[in-house]
Design a protein around this ligand. Structure first.
Ligand SMILES: C[S@@+](CC[C@H](N)C(=O)[O-])C[C@H]1O[C@@H](n2cnc3c(N)ncnc32)[C@H](O)[C@@H]1O
Length: 319
């Protein structure tokens, strides 16, 4: 999930938001005044830049514009180049007015469209689930590198959220049986919709892993990207992440930051099949503590990998 610091890791979408409330209000009034009922598509892009220029870099505004226009109108860049005079109707104009305002209020664009892309698939996202991060794709890649495509194996994803890890594995490992666990009923609902949309069969378990003493069966792979941001790291986190993403998916107490890893490693020690593997996404600042904890719990073969930003980000362990 992360970059050179925690704010980076939780803000790989680079929202640079420092607008004061007063300035935001003033700009919104300008926005309202500048909207006219039947706008042309080429005027819309100008409007995005005019209204968001003080808040975001130009490339990011273009990215918002492309994502939102494609989402709402189904028009690609080529479509727009071919029809620059395409006229928005009143409802479409009003939609874009609202989305510009939402962007000004720091709403992640993925929550505006309700979708996010992960490992080549589309996932529904909402305020009950974490927006999948590109760093987590590396964890999925690592597992897929290690496993034969046709392997008949059992996989458990703990803290599944949108289901991005479980569903991506199931899509790429046709003979695998995949279980996905989360304590949040709403997250499980979202993950179920995503499994259906991505045409994979997942066994869902709504369960609090911290209160779980035994798993019902054994697995060949246990994977987890659990909450791992310490309260002390909160101040480094971008405002839009703090305001919109579920805190139960993100934070752990400063006094026991490995609480999830500790519990899951204990369970994995009891419920991994022979040659089974345990994969984690981790807090970049706690790699040393993680490796020590894994060794102390009897995992002798441990590997640490960095993410695309060069930060310690994931582990693989075997007994
Ligand atoms: C960092 S998010 C990861 C979501 C998703 N797997 C991903 O990689 O984007 C952690 C997930 O753990 C879940 N979670 C938090 N506490 C939990 C608990 N005690 N038992 C089970 N799941 C929990 C949250 O609901 C959230 O979906």
């Amino acid at each position: 999930m992360h970059n050179t610091n925690v704010s980076g890791m939780l803000g790989s979408r680079n929202f640079y938001l420092k607008q004061s409330k007063t300035a935001a209000k003033k700009c919104f009034l300008q926005l309202k005044n500048s909207i006219f009922a039947f706008m042309k598509i080429n005027q819309l892009q100008t409007l995005f830049h005019k209204e968001l220029a003080s808040l975001f870099p130009k490339t990011e505004i273009d990215s918002f514009y492309n994502i939102l226009v494609e989402h709402k109108l189904g028009m690609t860049r080529i479509d727009r180049a071919m029809q620059p005079q395409f006229e928005l109707n009143r409802e479409q104009t009003s939609y874009f007015t609202r989305t510009i305002e939402a962007l000004r209020n720091e709403t992640p664009v993925q929550y505006i469209t309700g979708t996010s892309h992960f490992y080549g698939s589309t996932f529904n996202v909402n305020s009950n689930v974490l927006i999948p991060r590109p760093e987590t794709e590396d964890l999925v890649s690592w597992i897929l590198e290690d496993i034969r495509k046709e392997a008949k194996i059992d996989i458990l994803d703990i803290g599944t959220g949108s289901g991005c890890i479980a569903i991506s594995l199931a899509k790429n490992l046709k003979n695998a049986t995949v279980w996905a666990l989360d304590f949040s009923e709403d997250a499980i609902q979202t993950a179920k919709v995503n499994a259906l949309a991505n045409k994979v069969d997942i066994q869902f378990l709504q369960q609090d892993i911290l209160k779980t003493h035994e798993l019902d069966k054994s697995f060949d792979i246990i994977v987890s990207n659990p909450p791992y941001v310490r309260e002390l790291e909160k101040k480094e986190i971008q405002k839009n992440v703090l305001a919109y993403e579920p805190h139960s998916a993100l934070f752990v107490e400063d006094t026991n930051p490995l609480i999830f890893y500790d519990k899951i490693t204990t369970l994995a020690g009891k419920h991994l099949n022979p040659n089974g593997k345990l994969y984690f996404e981790i807090n970049q600042y706690l790699a040393t503590e993680m490796m020590e904890m894994l060794r102390n719990k009897g995992f002798t073969k441990n590997e640490l990998r960095k993410d695309i930003f060069g930060n310690d980000r994931m582990t693989k362990s075997m007994v």
